[in-house]
Design a protein around this ligand. Structure first.
Ligand code: AMP
Length: 184
């Protein structure tokens, strides 16, 4: 694994303690020599993770659609910036450039992005690991709902297992590094 895509909020949320967890993830990525691929913005948790990786000497690749260059306030200090023509192109580019996908706390965009790559994994379109970094229980309710979907026989257990849920970045990255997909 060389690079990990992190999906996260364009908002900062309201818990200061979330930023400590973001720094932990940045530290873990840099310590393992993994570069960060993310949405290219300087705001919210997105800006926080990019700054934290750069400050620790890591490599950060941003991918942003032209239409959001202003709205999401593009980060001007990235190692590499890709500007795409559309949101779809942004997501495909992020997926191509990454060897695994993590969602930190975020909102609608974050959910959509991690669910899309998880659904691609389930269909066998790629064999890269996907996970939720469950900072301070942010994703507890979602994880319970996904288990409910398994109980109701709408998701097979082996596909549910393709979306890892961990509280610690180091544990999640260890699981990524030993990941073998069960196959669609
Ligand atoms: P949010 O979690 O809603 O704060 O959004 C996080 C990131 O997801 C931002 O960079 C949004 O531009 C992006 N985003 C929102 N909706 C989509 C979408 N449909 N496709 C791709 N990215 C999106």
């Amino acid at each position: 694994m060389k690079s990990v895509c992190v999906y996260c909020g364009s908002s900062a949320g309201r818990r200061e303690s979330h930023s400590d967890a973001v720094f932990d993830l940045a530290r873990s990525l840099v310590a393992r020599g993994l570069s960060l691929v993310y949405g290219g913005a300087s705001i919210g948790i997105m800006g926080m993770i990019a700054d934290a990786v750069l400050e620790r000497g890591g490599k950060v690749v941003g991918v942003i659609p032209e239409a959001l260059l202003r709205k999401e306030v593009v980060h001007d200090g990235l190692t590499e910036l890709h500007v795409t023509g559309s949101m779809q192109e942004r997501k495909s580019r992020m997926a191509e450039l990454s060897d695994g996908f993590i969602a930190l706390p975020g909102g609608i965009g974050t959910f959509e992005e991690i669910f899309e790559v998880w659904s691609w994994a389930r269909l066998g379109f790629h064999s890269k690991p996907c996970g939720l970094l469950n900072i301070q229980g942010y994703y507890d309710h979602l994880a319970r709902f996904l288990d409910h979907a398994v109980e109701e026989a709408y998701i097979q257990p082996r596909f549910r297992d393709m979306l890892m849920v961990e509280n610690e970045p180091g544990v999640l990255l260890d699981r990524f590094q030993s990941y073998r997909p069960s196959g669609a």
